[in-house]
Design a protein around this ligand. Structure first.
Ligand SMILES: N[C@@H](Cc1ccc(O)cc1)C(=O)O
Length: 419
């Protein structure tokens, strides 16, 4: 299977300009390609993972990927795929976000690879040098207003309104492509399906600039979920790639909870498992869906890819501890991850407390009478161990790394006691 066939098998080909020509180009040797990411937040999210992994697929097939961080375009705002004008972010914030995103990208591609190492570039470097006169004289002259108005990103906004700033965005992205084509010999730009207009505008600029060689564009599909809800968001918000924003445990949970109707597609999109390996998992899903082998493989592959092996193993350990209720082996860090969304209660001055009093104060049991009953009935556990003694004191021996105690009432109602 060549790279385009592999992308096709994975359902990753949305649109390609001149598929045959591109196939030839890819077969005749190393092709340099790029994909851009605007710093619109302090972290990339799992929606960005698909183009990044697609760059990596090209890299593994021998081509050379460039990840562009839009330090310049991020100051302007892409109207593509958006119904309303963006509010501009402070320039200093965009600089900070650019650095963060650049370092995230650096962990997801192979920068050491012999012959075709990945690169990152920042379009602030050249866009900030472009003068107004040059921009209008040399670049803008190649774009007809009619052409720009016909682009989806603009057309869909004419009614609701679009600023000259966002209207001009496509010219900047086109200039990036021209610049990278001329300076780095980058022939292919890839992006999400909403980038088709910007990518083809860049190809047009390259053509009009009198280049003899051809540039190519390729888009990957928008990820949809079988139940129609938006991909990449859960009740607790966006799934980020930054471990501080979405813990590796939460990240793992997202994938492990994939619906049966989605999981095979996601294995194709987000993992490097082969066609045969995916077929085996599909078979396992048909024969023993309760084992959730496909989901577990998805969780393993994507979590390892983004957060590394150690974080993945930790996520599994937390998952198992929560499932079995045996929490005694968890470290404070693991508890922080696993119990991030659980109600918590802070005990001042590391005070020792009687179990019944703590149940009442932390509002775990509604009354003192009920708290006593809960304890004697065996409904309460401390760090996973049942406590039935009404005079039990929660003190230093119970504190995990001197920071946490986990109380459970009933089967599932956890409260994190913080010290
Ligand atoms: N416009 C792209 C990001 C991008 C920026 C500059 C480019 O040259 C290419 C792509 C997006 O919003 O996703």
């Amino acid at each position: 299977m060549n790279i385009l066939q592999d992308l096709e098998f994975r359902g990753l080909l949305n649109q390609v300009t001149d598929r045959e020509g591109l196939e030839k180009e890819l077969e005749s040797g190393k092709v340099k390609l790029y994909c851009g990411f605007d710093p619109t937040a302090d972290s990339l999210h799992i929606g960005n993972l698909l183009p990044i992994l697609t760059l990596r697929r090209f890299q593994e097939a021998g081509h050379q990927p460039y990840a562009l961080v839009g330090g310049g375009t991020g100051l302007i705002g892409d109207p593509s795929g958006r119904q309303t004008e963006r509010t501009l972010n402070e320039a200093e914030i965009v600089v900070q976000w650019t650095e963060k995103i650049k370092s995230q990208l650096s962990r997801l591609l192979d920068f050491e690879r012999e012959g075709n190492p990945a690169n990152t570039v920042n379009n602030y470097d050249w866009l900030s040098e472009l003068t107004m006169i040059e921009f209008l004289r040399d670049v803008g002259k190649n774009f007809s207003i009619n052409y720009m108005l016909a682009k989806d990103s603009v057309d869909s906004r004419l009614e609701g309104g679009i600023s000259f700033t966002e209207f001009s965005y496509m010219i900047l992205q086109s200039y990036d492509f021209l610049n990278l084509f001329q300076k780095e010999d980058i022939k292919l730009q890839i992006g999400g399906s909403d980038q088709w207009g910007n990518i083809t505008a860049g190809m047009e600029l390259i053509r009009r600039s009198g280049e003899e060689e051809k540039a190519f564009g390729l888009t990957i599909p928008l990820i949809t979920k079988a139940d129609g809800t938006k991909f990449g968001k859960t009740a607790s918000g966006t799934i980020w790639l930054d471990a501080e924003k979405t813990t590796p445990y939460e990240f793992y949970q997202f994938w492990v909870n994939a619906a049966d109707a989605d999981v095979i597609n996601w294995l194709k999109y987000f993992t490097f498992l082969s066609k045969d390996q995916i077929a085996d998992l599909e078979k396992s899903m048909a024969e023993a869906p309760e084992k959730r082998e496909a989901q577990k493989a998805l969780g393993r592959e994507v979590t390892t890819l983004v957060h590394g092996e150690k974080a993945y193993l930790q996520a599994v350990k937390i998952t198992e501890a929560l499932f079995s209720g045996n929490l005694s082996d968890l470290t404070a860090n693991e508890i922080e991850q696993g119990f991030k969304d659980v109600p918590s209660f802070s005990v001042e001055n590391q005070a020792d407390m009687n179990i019944v009093d703590l149940l009442v104060e932390a509002k775990i049991s509604p009354s003192k009478r009920q708290a006593r009953e809960d304890v004697t009935n065996g409904a309460v556990s401390v760090n996973g161990d049942k406590v039935q003694d009404l005079s039990y004191t929660i003190d230093a021996k119970d504190r995990i790394e001197n920071r946490f105690v986990i109380l459970r009432r009933g089967k599932k109602k956890y409260t994190l006691i913080r010290y």
